[in-house]
Design a protein around this ligand. Structure first.
Ligand SMILES: [Zn+2]
Length: 392
């Protein structure tokens, strides 16, 4: 199953193991928040440059985004995505240190094959996955034009090749009322906090009538200044999520209706604001997933695929998947009771099990990239599925 070139790619990951582990440990020990990943971007670009890659820093206007490229325009371009931001308070509880080092390993191993097969290897440094959707400006800048396939492996609690992700839109609502003494003259006031509470209640009622995979959830960001003043200003922030953008748009309109009804009922004026760009759902590519699975199995690892649409979150990888065939499998680094964004997951991300998973990810991604570079039929299947949206 593993021919000489594939064995050489694996041997390259073995050779690079001390360096990859060092990268992972450095990122783990120095967690940086979204858009502030300066040490990570510096380490990763320095590493790629030392291996002969051409570096562009600050791409798409993001200080901590970069690309590292090697090879010629002849043959396909395979991109590996590196994420490296951490979470507030709990460090690398999403394991992005492993994502970054795994993608570096895959890019370097695939680069070592480029004297045998034509193609280009790209490492895309993607800031701010946890907050702010750093990949969205990267997609909008056209960075993925000319890329044939993109991949990254996320650490998790099982080996899976296919996981859907929800589209997501944020919306902030502000209600403007009139302050008054809450005991002496409540009849002179207009209560903005009541409008927020009614907005929540309207959405709670709506929630029963929506598809089971959609989500609407929020928090109050301003609730008044003192109990003895009728709040003249109150605000809340909501996320609306759905598996497809059409349904997301429909739900969003209904949420706007919930806000409007709350304003009408309370006599407040209201205003709606959007903070970020839409996170798009992950466009799944089964042909791509199958290639990865075959390589994982050739490495002696079996896939334990759970439901594709259970326990879904949202990720800006979805935005990438809308413009280029994109794969984000997961590899196990911990037991089933631990999952990402738990402090136990941060421990796993810095453990030997985490590093083992990262090295496995680097090997399997390098082999999958090699398949796409030299097996035209395999790449055509991935492209055809992407173009037609049909599962092969
Ligand atoms: Zn996360």
């Amino acid at each position: 199953m593993l021919d000489a070139l594939k064995q050489a790619a694996i041997a390259e990951v073995d050779r690079l193991t001390p360096e990859l582990v060092q990268i992972s440990r450095f990122l783990h020990a120095n967690p940086e928040l979204a858009f502030e990943e300066h040490q990570a971007a510096e380490l990763l670009t320095r590493t790629m440059a030392s291996h002969g890659f051409s570096i562009s820093r600050g791409v798409a206007g993001l200080a901590t985004a970069f690309t590292a490229s090697h090879g010629s325009g002849e043959g396909p371009t395979i991109a590996f995505l590196a994420e490296y931001d951490a979470l507030p308070g709990i460090g690398h509880a999403c394991g992005h240190n492993l994502i970054a080092s795994g993608s570096v390993g895959a890019a370097l191993a695939l680069k070592s094959c480029l004297d045998q097969v034509p193609g280009r290897v790209l490492l895309v440094g993607c800031p701010a996955e946890e907050r702010g959707g750093g990949k969205i400006p990267l997609v909008e800048s056209g960075l993925f034009q000319g890329v044939d396939a993109a991949m990254l492996v996320h650490p998790g609690n099982r080996n899976e090749t296919v996981k859907k992700a929800l589209g997501m839109r944020d919306v902030e609502v502000e209600f403007f009322g009139k302050a008054a003494h809450a005991a002496a003259a409540p009849h002179l006031g207009i209560n903005a906090l009541d409008a927020v509470i009614l907005a929540f209640n309207n959405i709670n009622a709506l929630r029963q009538q929506i598809r089971s995979d959609a989500r609407i959830h929020g928090m109050i960001t301003h609730g008044g200044k003192a109990p003895n003043i009728i709040p003249d200003y109150a605000a809340a922030l909501f996320y609306v999520r759905a598996l497809d953008m059409e349904y997301l748009e429909e739900l969003y309109q209904r949420v706007l209706g919930c806000f409007e009804a709350a304003a009408t009922a309370t006599g407040t004026r209201h205003q709606v604001k959007r903070a970020g760009h839409d996170y798009r759902p992950h466009k799944i590519n089964y042909a791509f997933a199958r290639l990865f699975q075959q390589n994982l199995e050739a490495l002696g690892i079996s896939v334990d695929q759970g439901p594709e649409d259970a326990e879904m979150g949202s990720t800006d990888v979805g935005n990438v998947s809308q413009v280029v065939p994109t794969l984000q499998p997961t590899v196990t680094i911990c037991g089933p009771k631990v999952s990402c964004h738990m402090s136990e997951f941060a421990v796993a991300s810095g453990s030997p099990a985490g590093e083992h998973g990262m090295l496995l990810a680097a090997r399997a991604m390098a082999l999958t990239g090699l398949d796409l570079l030299r097996d035209r039929a395999a790449l055509d299947r991935v492209r055809a599925e992407f173009a037609g949206g049909r599962r092969p």
